[in-house]
Write a protein that binds this ligand. Structure first.
Ligand code: ARG
Length: 553
C-alpha cells in the first residue's frame, strides 16, 4: 500500500523516535505526527522546544514532502502529488482486491442468528444477522478463513408451548399464512391461555418428558411444526441475504453431554446441589451454574458445552465468535469459565460478540404478548417506504421498482443496525433509516449511483493522473484509509467503524461533486479516476456490510 510506503519512510526518518509516531487526531491536516510529551518529561525540557529540535534535524525526501514542528508535535506531511496517483492507481487496477488479504491464516467460526423454532424471526435477529454477516465478511477480507453457522434451538420448553397450543386448539389446521407466523401465533396463544390456566405448565412438562422419551405422536407433531417454522425462516433469510455454511440442530446434540459432566465431576469441578441438580462451582468469581437438572434433563448451557467441543475438535477451528444479545452476557462468561476449568485450552479463543437491544418507537418488544416487531413486517414496511420515495423522484417500471425498493429497504435496515456500536441499544426509526439523506444506507447507495452516473456521462477515458488538486486530496486520503479501517473492524469486531467511514467518504465525495465540475473540466480524465475510485471503495465497503449497490437510483 502506498500510504504504507510513506509510513515506512517516516519510520526510517524518525529513527529512534519512530515508536512515538501516530495517526494525528481528526481535524489535524498532518499525515503522521510525533508527539513530544514523553521525551519532554524524560529530558526535562519544553515539548515545543524538543519538537523544533527534532523537526529541524530531519530532511524530508521520497514520499515525505515536509516535516514541521507544530507546538509539542512534529508533523509529517506526505507528497500527495506522488502518493495520490499511486493510491488511485491501486484502487482502479486492483478493483476488489484493494487491501484484501490474500493469505488465509486462521480458521474462525462465526455463529449468528441462532433462532428458536417456536416463532418467526424478529428485529433483534435482523441486528444479529447484520452484525454476523458483516463481521464474517470483514474477517474474510482481513485474512481469516470464515465458517458461518447457527445453532437452531429446536427443542425444549419453548417449542412445547407452541406444540401444546396447536394440539389443543389448532384443530389439525395447516398453515394459511407464512408458516413460521402460523406457528408463532400458537406460541402467543399459549402465553395468553397460561394466564387463565396455570395448570398448563404441568402439561408442558409432561409433553417435554414425552418428547425426551421419544414418544411417537409427540415427535411427529414436533417434526411437522419445526419444518413449518424452519421453512418460513429460510424464506426470511433468503430475502435478507443471510448465508450459512451449515446449521446445527440442538436436538441432535443436546443429550451428548454426559461424558463432559462426568469429566467435570471427576475433576471435582461439579457438585450436587441441595435439590439434586449438578452445579459447576464458579464462585466467588461468578455465580455457580446448574449444568444438569436433578431429573437428568439437560439445559441450555449443557448443549453449549458440547457444541463448543464439537466446533473446536471436529471442525478444527482456531477461534469461535458468538454473536448473541447482551442479555446472555452472564451465560457466556459462565460457559467460557466452565470450559476453561474442564481444561480446554481453546476456551480462551471463544469470544462473545455481545449486542444491545433494538427498540422501536412503540417501546420494547415482548414476544409473549405478541407485540414483537417481526422481521418480515419490518422489511415489508421499509420496502413500502422505499417505493414511495422512489416514485416521488422518478417514474420507473414495475420490475425496476420492486428490485430497487427491496435493495434500498435492506440497505436501510442493515446500515441502521450496523452503524451503532454493537454494545449500545438502538432505537430503530423506520422513517429515518430509509431517508436518502443523512447517515443512512440509502444515502450511501445514492452516492454510489451518483458516481456511476458521472462515469456513464463521461466521454473521456479515465486516466491515472499524477498531480492532484487540493479538492481531491481529502478524498484520496480518505480512500487510502479503507484497508486500515477494515482491519480495525476485524481486530475489534466492530463493523460500525466501516459504516462511519463509508458515510464520511460519501459526504466528502458529495462536497467534491458540488465544488468541482468533473465533466468538461480540463482535468476530466484525472477527476474521473477519483470518481471511479470512490465508487469502487463504496461498493466494496458496502458489500462487506452485506449491502448491495444499485447502478441507478
Ligand atoms: N436460540 C438462543 C436464543 O434465541 C440463542 C442461541 C445463542 N447461541 C448459543 N450458542 N447459545 O436465545
Amino acid at each position: 500500500m502506498s500510504f504504507q510506503k510513506f509510513r515506512e519512510q517516516c519510520v526510517k526518518l524518525a529513527g529512534s523516535y519512530a515508536h512515538l509516531l501516530e495517526q494525528p487526531p481528526r481535524g489535524m491536516d498532518a499525515d503522521l505526527a510525533l508527539p513530544c510529551f514523553a521525551l519532554a518529561k524524560e529530558k526535562r525540557k519544553d515539548p515545543a522546544v524538543i519538537a523544533k529540535e527534532i523537526a529541524g534535524a530531519m530532511k524530508p525526501s521520497g514520499l515525505i514532502k515536509l516535516v514541521e514542528a507544530s507546538g509539542p508535535y512534529v508533523n509529517f506531511y506526505a507528497d500527495w502529488d506522488k502518493l495520490g496517483g499511486e493510491i488511485i492507481g491501486r484502487i482502479i487496477r486492483e478493483d476488489d482486491n484493494f487491501g484484501r488479504a490474500t493469505r488465509r491464516k486462521e480458521k474462525v467460526m462465526v455463529e449468528y442468528s441462532s433462532p428458536n423454532t417456536n416463532k418467526p424471526l424478529h428485529v433483534g435477529h435482523l441486528r444479529n444477522d447484520s452484525l454476523g454477516m458483516s463481521i464474517s465478511n470483514i474477517l474474510e477480507f482481513a485474512g481469516s478463513n470464515v465458517i458461518r453457522t447457527a445453532i437452531i434451538n429446536d427443542r425444549g420448553v419453548h417449542i412445547c408451548k407452541s406444540m401444546l397450543a396447536y394440539k389443543k386448539w389448532g384443530n389439525g389446521r395447516t398453515p394459511d399464512k407464512k408458516s413460521d407466523h402460523f406457528v408463532g401465533d400458537f406460541y402467543v396463544m399459549f402465553e395468553k391461555k397460561l394466564k387463565e390456566d396455570p395448570g398448563l405448565e404441568e402439561e408442558i412438562r409432561q409433553m417435554l418428558k414425552k418428547w425426551e422419551e421419544g414418544d411417537k405422536p409427540t415427535r411427529a407433531l414436533w417434526k411437522k411444526m419445526n419444518s413449518w417454522v424452519l421453512g418460513g425462516m429460510k424464506e426470511t433469510y433468503k430475502l435478507f441475504g443471510s448465508k450459512f455454511d451449515f446449521w446445527t440442530l440442538e436436538s441432535g446434540i443436546y443429550d451428548k453431554a454426559k461424558p463432559l459432566i462426568d469429566q467435570g465431576a471427576k475433576k471435582g469441578l461439579f457438585f450436587k446441589g441441595e435439590r439434586g441438580d449438578i452445579l459447576a462451582k464458579l464462585e466467588p468469581e461468578l455465580p455457580n451454574k446448574v449444568v444438569l437438572r436433578a431429573d437428568g434433563t439437560s439445559i441450555y448451557i449443557t448443549q453449549d458445552m458440547v457444541l463448543a467441543k464439537i466446533r473446536f475438535e471436529k471442525h478444527k477451528i482456531d477461534r469461535l465468535i458468538y454473536v448473541v444479545a447482551s442479555e446472555q452476557n452472564l451465560h457466556f462468561k459462565q460457559l467460557f469459565k466452565i470450559l476453561e476449568l474442564l481444561g480446554y485450552g481453546w476456551s480462551k479463543n471463544c469470544h462473545h460478540l455481545s449486542y444491545g437491544l433494538v427498540n422501536l418507537p412503540t417501546g420494547r418488544m415482548k414476544t409473549r404478548e405478541g407485540t414483537v416487531v417481526d422481521a418480515d413486517e419490518l422489511i415489508k414496511e421499509e420496502t413500502e417506504l422505499a417505493k414511495k420515495e422512489i416514485s416521488a423522484r422518478e417514474k420507473v417500471s414495475k420490475t425496476e421498482l420492486e428490485k430497487r425498493s427491496k435493495e434500498i429497504a435492506l440497505a436501510a435496515i442493515k446500515y441502521y443496525l450496523i452503524k451503532i456500536e454493537p454494545i449500545k441499544d438502538i432505537l430503530f426509526d423506520p422513517g429515518r433509516a430509509i431517508s436518502f439523506e443523512g447517515d443512512t444506507g440509502p444515502y450511501l447507495q445514492y452516492t454510489y449511483a451518483r458516481a456511476k452516473s458521472i462515469l456513464r456521462k463521461a466521454k473521456k477515458k479515465n486516466r491515472i493522473g499524477k498531480g492532484v488538486g487540493k479538492e481531491e486530496i481529502d478524498l484520496i486520503k480518505k480512500l487510502s484509509q479503507f484497508p486500515y479501517i477494515v482491519k480495525k473492524c476485524a481486530v475489534e469486531l466492530k463493523p460500525n467503524y466501516l459504516a462511519t467511514y463509508l458515510f464520511e467518504l460519501a459526504t466528502l465525495f458529495n462536497s467534491f461533486y458540488h465544488a468541482e465540475k468533473v465533466i468538461g473540466s480540463e482535468k476530466e480524465a484525472e477527476l474521473l479516476t477519483v470518481v471511479e475510485s470512490v465508487s469502487i471503495v463504496l461498493r466494496n465497503g458496502l458489500s462487506l456490510l452485506g449491502i448491495n449497490t444499485l447502478e441507478r437510483m
